[in-house]
Design a protein around this ligand. Sequence first.
Ligand code: NCD
Length: 383
Amino acid sequence: MDKIAWGAAEEIAGYHQKRFEDFAAQSPEEIEQACHDEKGKLVHILRAEHFDLDFLRKICDTATAARRISKLEDNFLKGLLRGKSVLNYFEQPSSRTFNSFFNAEGRLGMQRGELRDLSISSHAKGESHRDSLRTLSSYYDAMVCRTKSDIFDLFALWVMKTSDREIPVINAGSGKEEHPTQALLDYYTIKESLNGKLENRVGVYVGDCLRGRTVHSLAKVMALHPGGTAYFVGPEHLQIDEKTENYLKERDVTIHKVSDRHLAEIVPLGDFIYMTRVQYEHGGEGGYDPRFIFTLGMLDRMREEAILLHPFPKREEIDPRIDYLSCKSKDHVERERAGKVMFWREMRNGMWTRLALLSHVFGVDDQIRNHYSKIEKATSPKP
Ligand code: NCD
């Protein structure tokens, strides 16, 4: 079932699978409940739909506080999670998510382990994913998982719930459906760029809206703010899936699916343009329809404060000339264009939001925010 190794012997595999299916058959509310601890804190970070505005505000405030603290003093953050350890379990290729987590964990003083190549683990001897995760979890205090399977997040939660040593699970991308921590960094970048005003915003999601998990997670998070509109722009066969569409509609998001118009027509409508690549590893062709490529001139068609985002990796969906724009240019047209291109900052924000998330999971986020307000008070000029 869905790329999960249940074990070598059919009968035993079937036994485990049945037990998981019973767990997974719980209602979305029960699953959400299972992701919280006894005090009601979200500790298993599986899905963007489990976030609320209060959680998002805290993550963003903590990320900003940590970012500023790090400019002033090195040691404060380093001391916060010394003695805690985390496993980075990445079955799928990753550059940004892996490195930003790895870096954030190090900045908090955590000990880090990793498994990135299943061929050197006991998987190669036919070990089930269940035994593997349970084994690895016994050496660590939290697990960050990236996997091919759409249900691995739930699977990992189930493994934890059926062990006597439950540690937090953080989903760093599962299959085609969810990438909640990418949603956090995208959201943070949008919030910072749009002066914190997120009501009535128009998001333009371009490319593989069907299999792009980052699109699903970000659209769900943005739906927490009233009055939102989402344009999904891309070829018909890569249009947004029904499940996500219904989720958004239930939350009163106005949806436009655009497959027969040029991106240039939609760009002036957006507060943020979220480009994505065609996820051809999930099947089909990797070719690009030129109507959905973001060209240099489109930057000039964007709303004044609008921004251009991309979770990366990018391919040909962005005009390469955009890579060479600089905010330090002497030419004001170039500076203005460069100011809209947010994807490099978005990446860097990934490290701070993931640091904020880990500090939330381990309950030291308020220390970061409090420390920052103390520094701020001490350094702000006296009236
Ligand atoms: C994305 C992913 O893995 O879903 N990358 C990322 O984490 N920044 C997007 C992609 O692979 O296209």
